[in-house]
Ligand binder design. Sequence first.
Ligand code: CA
Ligand code: CA
Length: 104
Amino acid sequence: MLQLMFCKYFYLRRLDYDSRADRQYKFDVKATDHGNKSFSGQASVVLYVTNINDEAPVFSEEKEDIVAKIREDQKAGSYVTTVQAVDPDGDNIKYYFSRKWVLY
Ligand SMILES: [Ca+2]
Ligand SMILES: [Ca+2]
């Protein structure tokens, strides 16, 4: 019975760890019997939400392309630019170079 009430309640509201600072949802549950003389009880429920990886890393640059310039005679290993991404889930980020080459 209690489990059914959880489903009913949270079906309308998606649980979201990332947007809630307190990482929890609080609500009250009331149970009523169907006896000759009806009784009811009430409980407060605190639901602690755990994080899942449901957000993609986001680069700090707002543009789609990150543009950098480098002279053609720079030595291999020279600094080019810094790119940084953050992950809303707080996951560690690994950076890779793709094999996509664009010729102008
Ligand atoms: Ca993530
Ligand atoms: Ca998340």
